[in-house]
Design a protein around this ligand. Structure first.
Ligand SMILES: C[S@@+](CC[C@H](N)C(=O)[O-])C[C@H]1O[C@@H](n2cnc3c(N)ncnc32)[C@H](O)[C@@H]1O
Length: 262
C-alpha cells in the first residue's frame, strides 16, 4: 500500500532531509492550510435545521396573499418536521409530491438537495401555476401538473413520494387505492412519506379540523385516520412502516410515516 507522503518524508535519511527546503514558520503553514481548506469544495454539509433562508426565498417568489399563507404553512410544518422528512427522502432522483398545493415543499426539498427532481400533482390549476412559477424562479428542476392522484396520468417510476397533509382530503373509500397506486409508482425500496394528522388526542384533532374547515369549508369530507390504521394499511400493501409523532407548540397531532416499498 502506498505510504502517505508525510510518512515518507519523516523516514527519509538525514542527508536527503538537508537538501529539502527549510520548513516555513508554523503560522505560514497554518495560513497555507486554511487557504487549501477553503479552496476545496466542502464534501459534507449540514444545513441549518431551520432552513430560514430556503423558506424566505420561497415566500418571496409568491404574490402577497400566498406569501402570508406560505409563512403560516411553514410555521405549521415546522423546520424540525421538515428536517425529518428531508432526511427520509432520497437526495437525488425523481420524487412525486402528491397534492403539492403551491409547491412550497417541492421548493423547500428541491433547495436542500438540488439533485432532486420533484413532480407535483394537484387538482387546483391556480396552485399548480404558482408552484411552477416558484420553482422556476428558484431555478429548480421541478415540474407540476394539474390532476387528481386517483386517476391522472403519472409517469413513474419514482424513487420516492410524499403526501403532506393530503390523505385526509381524500374520501375514506379511496384512500387505500391511492396508497396502492403510489406503491406501484415507486421503485422497489422506494420510500413513501405520509405526513398527516392522527386522531388522538381528540382535542388536537378537533383543533386541526376546525382550522381545516376554515380552509376548505363545510362541504368537503375530511377523512382522518388513527396512525395505527395507516400503519396497518401500508403494511398490508407491501410497505415496511416506521412512524413518529412530532409534538408541536400548537396542539396539532402530527404524524410522519415512512413507508418503504418491500
Ligand atoms: C392542505 S393542502 C396541502 C398542500 C401541500 N401538500 C402542503 O402541505 O402545503 C391539501 C392539498 O391537497 C390537494 N388535493 C386534494 N385532493 C386531492 C387529490 N385527490 N389528488 C391530488 N391532490 C389533492 C388540494 O388541492 C390541496 O392543494
Amino acid at each position: 500500500m502506498a505510504q502517505p507522503s508525510s510518512t515518507v518524508r519523516e523516514s527519509a535519511p538525514p542527508s536527503s532531509r538537508k537538501s529539502a527546503r527549510p520548513e516555513r514558520p508554523s503560522f505560514l503553514r497554518a495560513l497555507r492550510a486554511v487557504g487549501q481548506a477553503t479552496a476545496q469544495p466542502p464534501r459534507y454539509e449540514a444545513p441549518e435545521v431551520y432552513g430560514r433562508e430556503a423558506i424566505w426565498k420561497i415566500a418571496r417568489a409568491l404574490p402577497p396573499v400566498e406569501q402570508a399563507y406560505a409563512h403560516i404553512r411553514f410555521s405549521i410544518l415546522r423546520p424540525k418536521l421538515l428536517s425529518v422528512m428531508d432526511l427520509l427522502l432520497t437526495d437525488q432522483g425523481r420524487i412525486l409530491d402528491v397534492g403539492c398545493g403551491f409547491g412550497l415543499f417541492a421548493a423547500y426539498f428541491g433547495q436542500t438537495q438540488p439533485g432532486r427532481s420533484i413532480v407535483g400533482v394537484d387538482p387546483d390549476a391556480r396552485r399548480v401555476k404558482l408552484a411552477t412559477q416558484v420553482s422556476k424562479t428558484l431555478g429548480l428542476a421541478n415540474t407540476f401538473q394539474v390532476g387528481d392522484v386517483r386517476d391522472s396520468t403519472l409517469e413513474g417510476p419514482f424513487d420516492a413520494a410524499y403526501v403532506l397533509d393530503v390523505m385526509h382530503h381524500i374520501p375514506k373509500d379511496d384512500q387505500r387505492a391511492v396508497l396502492s397506486r403510489l406503491r406501484d409508482l415507486l421503485v422497489p425500496g422506494g420510500t413513501l412519506i405520509v405526513k398527516d394528522i392522527t386522531t388522538e388526542p381528540r382535542f388536537g384533532l378537533a383543533f386541526t379540523e376546525l382550522l381545516d374547515r376554515v380552509m376548505v369549508g363545510w362541504d368537503e369530507p375530511l377523512a382522518y385516520r388513527h396512525h395505527r390504521e395507516w400503519g396497518q394499511m401500508l403494511d398490508e400493501l407491501g410497505f415496511h412502516v416506521r412512524m413518529v409523532r412530532v409534538p408541536d407548540i400548537l396542539p396539532y397531532p402530527h404524524v410522519v410515516i415512512a413507508a418503504t416499498k418491500r
